[in-house]
Design a protein around this ligand. Structure first.
Ligand code: HEM
Length: 508
């Protein structure tokens, strides 16, 4: 196997050079290694090395050097800026996109472990439907959500209250977004300045969000404190699944690849729809809710019972250990073992007395990870998968907020998740998960139980938000949420094009 790899890599490099003749040769020349811009918490499934990915992708004919680097790698950035822009002068922008911006765009092959020329700062770009219109693209990408934009009908579909939306997302000016990621904010800023200089006069800033991994031991954890990014599907041709991890056809994430059922223009191949959401997290309120509604499991003290409630709302302990494998107490060793921490499917086939359609003693039906990925609750493999690639934003909770159990109204203290998901079909990916699974209280798949909304992200369209199954001793008891812990501040749908689409279609 190893012997075959070297000529294969040489062939792939030649392929990359001949496919993108306009690239500066320096972009392809190996240079001194930069520090990694990615975090790698022990519980995350391992990323393939550049060499493994080259081998796996060649087997299925996936051209990883044509795919933007953010799409397949998941929630791993140290610092990431989302720079939302409007295109003021399309002709000038196109010319700069093709000449000076394209060489800055990071491909999947460049960002993987052991890549020969990892960038000091990674740059990706994506466009809204309005942005494609401004660029004069007439082809229909055949995704209704993308075409309409996120603001369209958002209250009825996703359950957002648009009064909480950032004006930038509610307006009509966002044509695109640059994603700029690095290991330091200074490097992010320097690269943004370079992009702004290159694009001077052709684009203007509409809005920005600076994301960063949380400090110290919280690195890899979202603001409620849970390790986030443990479970993403393995895309065949890119990664080999760890036990329990779903493997999906590349076309579930990438347009025009095997498994994508949409009719797409040829140039859209290897692009992906990016669903962006600014999700504010009300951390002191969440913590207070856990204390006020702590469970009463014998043998656990009050604080352990509060922690248990949080774990049952998410479906994992803060460490990342799944409650389906360790229901009443955390297991930090299991949490960091990527060969075990996804190896569950809610059904417990080894226990003949366990009926997964009624028994929620391991994991509630409403738990966030069960709502958004029901695993074997659905008998056959399903296509409702996304790759999550977001990052926390905002500062840590202050002492004053902790003491008052309430989030500050100071905008500079807002914190949350800059949520990003990639999929080839937004209605089958993000929008399906939010609308059909998370927000749906009345029916759970085939079990027809009234289980309530997803306790983390679910919105009650009728105003009465609750979840059942959270109390292991009384699984039909509804626990009511009188307030939301996650508040949507808006977002937009984008298309993250392939490198060849940027070069041959969007910049000409
Ligand atoms: C602030 C909002 C959110 C928070 C705090 C949050 C938190 C988490 C946490 C802690 C996990 C478990 C760790 C992991 O499996 O990686 C998780 C998993 C997941 N979340 Fe979220 N999430 C949020 C928003 C969303 C949204 C909006 C969606 C989609 C509509 C979503 C979909 C998923 C999926 C698909 C998984 C993986 C489930 C699995 O495969 O087991 N999340 N989330």
């Amino acid at each position: 196997m190893k012997l075959a790899l070297t000529p294969l890599l040489a062939a792939l490099t030649c392929q990359a050079v001949s496919a993108f003749p306009n690239l500066e040769p320096s972009a392809l020349r190996p240079r001194a290694s930069n520090p990694s811009i990615l975090i790698d918490p022990p519980g995350f499934p391992p990323l393939p090395s550049a060499q493994q990915a080259a081998f796996q992708s060649a087997v299925v004919g996936l051209n990883l050097s044509n795919i933007q680097g953010d799409i397949l790698i998941g929630m791993r950035k140290k610092k990431e800026l989302f720079f939302f822009f409007s295109i003021d002068n399309p002709t000038a922008f196109k010319s700069r996109l093709g000449s000076d911006i394209l060489p800055l765009i990071t491909r999947t092959t460049q960002i993987l472990p052991n890549a020969t020329h990892p960038p000091a700062t990674a740059v990706n770009i994506a466009f809204s439907q309005r942005g494609l219109n401004v660029l004069g693209i007439r082809d229909d990408l055949n995704d209704t959500n993308f075409k309409n934009g996120q603001m369209y009908n958002v209250t009825a579909t996703l359950g957002d209250q648009t009064s909480y939306w950032e004006p930038a997302f509610a307006g009509h000016h966002i044509h695109g977004v640059f994603l700029v990621a690095s290991d330091t904010i200074d490097k992010v800023k320097a690269t943004l300045s370079r992009i702004q200089k290159i694009s001077k006069g052709s684009i203007s800033e509409v809005y920005r969000i600076q994301g960063h991994a949380r400090p110290g031991n919280e690195q890899g954890h979202e603001h409620f404190g849970f390790l986030d990014g443990v479970s993403n599907p393995a895309v065949s041709g890119f990664a080999v699944a760890v036990p329990g991890q779903a493997t999906v056809d590349p076309g579930i994430i990438l347009l025009g690849e095997s498994g994508d059922t949409g009719t797409r223009p040829d140039w859209a191949k290897d692009g992906s729809f990016l669903a962006f959401r600014q999700l504010q997290q009300r951390v002191p309120e969440f913590n207070k809710f856990l204390v006020d509604n702590a469970l009463s499991e014998p043998g656990l003290n009050a604080s352990e019972n509060a922690e248990l409630l949080g774990a049952r709302m998410v479906g994992r302990w803060k460490s990342g250990a799944p409650i389906d494998l360790t229901p009443l107490k955390d297991d930090p060793v299991l949490a960091v073992d990527h060969n075990r921490n996804n190896d569950f499917n809610f059904t417990h086939p080894d226990d003949p007395n366990f009926d997964f359609k009624t028994n929620q003693s391991y994991c509630p039906f409403s738990a966030h990870i069960r709502k958004t990925n029901p695993r074997a609750d659905i008998a056959n493999p399903f296509n409702q998968h996304i790759i999550r690639a977001g990052i926390p934003y905002g500062p840590e909770v202050t002492d004053a907020e902790n003491a008052s159990n309430s989030s500050s109204t100071d905008p500079s203290l807002e914190r949350g998740l800059a949520f990003v998901s990639y999929q080839s079909n937004i209605g089958q990916g993000f929008a399906f998960l939010q609308q059909v699974w998370a927000n749906n209280k009345n029916e759970y798949l085939y079990f027809a139980l009234r289980i309530g909304e997803d306790p983390i992200i679910g919105v009650a369209l009728d105003g009465e938000r609750f979840a059942s199954g959270l109390d292991p001793k009384n699984q039909t008891r509804n626990i009511t949420f009188n307030e939301d812990f996650v508040v949507s501040r808006g977002g937009e749908y984008f298309f993250s094009p392939s490198i060849s689409a940027i070069q041959n279609t969007l910049s000409v």
